[in-house]
Design a protein around this ligand. Structure first.
Ligand code: MN
Length: 303
């Protein structure tokens, strides 16, 4: 199926879903959702010709807003339970990857498109073998951890967490990597990115030299990465040695727990479990909610 056909199918689903949610919501109880649904449907109606990726993102955002408001109405008991389940399920299908359902993203160009810089053979192997195995490994790990939650059997958790980190980082980084390249690429960035690079590295040349040196000196397997730090509000260059230790790159931490001994030893000695159990009493969920609200505004195309 071509990208355009996928887009069309998605638009059709959103349109049907929007109409359905509109019918289920009691009109007198929440006018604003109806207004949003009307805006969503008319955005689709007014559209002419092919859909671009940006327009699809816009559509996802509008559908998300409708979904959130509809869910709030339903939480207040003004929407029947049955319909809430339907809209949650629909929304999930449109914008979420559930556990174990990742797919290999198509390359945004043909296998030989990056020649002579990267050969067709490398691209084929890299994409169809290496990246595919990350996707498969991540799906497997996620399914096994889901099973652990369902059965309360966490014996192999450490193993599956390692697998999820290794394959998850592999999948997410390669997904970024493919679209970071283009046959018509090269040159220098423009606009705000260029300005930020100049601010944080002095000049584009200095950034390029630093990034090159970082990539050259990665020990063994790894990556060089240009990252945005929302905390210090600037760009930084990082290296990974083993990408799985122990993160999934391309994710945003919401809730973290320091289990270095310095965080609990004076009080709990070697009883880390007791520390963790107590810690749950002081988790500031409002803060986590706020981080979540900010983080979920970022929307990458799901794979
Ligand atoms: Mn690779």
């Amino acid at each position: 199926m071509s990208e355009q056909e996928l887009f069309q199918r998605y638009v059709k689903q959103v349109s049907e879903w929007g109409a359905q949610v509109g019918q289920m919501l009691p009109r007198r109880d929440d006018g604003t959702v109806h207004h949003d649904i009307a805006a969503l449907l008319s955005y689709i109606d007014r559209h002419d010709g092919e859909w671009t990726e940006t327009e699809i993102y816009d559509l996802q955002r509008m559908a998300d807003a409708v979904y959130e408001k509809a869910a709030a109405v339903s939480a207040n008991g003004t929407l029947a339970d049955e319909s809430r389940e339907t809209s949650e399920e629909e929304a999930r299908r449109q914008t979420y990857i559930t556990a174990g359902r990742h797919v290999l993203p198509p390359l945004p160009y043909s296998y030989d498109a990056l020649e002579p810089h990267i050969s067709k053979e490398i691209m084929q192997l890299h994409h169809t073998k290496h990246h595919q195995s990350y996707v498969d490994g991540l799906n497997k790990a996620e399914k096994m951890m889901k099973k652990a939650r369902e059965t309360n059997n966490y014996e192999l958790l450490k193993h599956w967490e390692r697998e999820a980190a290794f394959h998850g980082s592999g999948h997410y980084l390669h997904t970024i990597f493919w679209s970071n390249m283009h046959p018509k690429g090269g040159g220098e960035p423009h606009g705000e990115l260029l300005e930020q690079i100049k601010r944080d590295f002095g000049s584009f040349e200095r950034f390029k030299r630093h990034f090159t040196e970082a990539a050259k000196s990665v020990e063994g397997v790894g990556w060089a990465l240009l990252v945005w730090s929302p905390r210090s509000h600037r760009l930084e260059i990082l290296q990974t040695e083993k990408h799985q230790l122990m993160t999934q790159w391309d994710t945003i931490p919401l809730l973290v727990l320091d289990v270095w001994e310095h965080a609990y030893y004076l009080q709990y000695k070697n009883d880390r479990a007791a520390y963790i159990n107590s810690w749950w009493n002081i988790v500031h969920w409002r803060d986590v909610e706020e981080r979540f609200a900010q983080a979920r505004k970022l929307r990458w195309k799901p794979f």
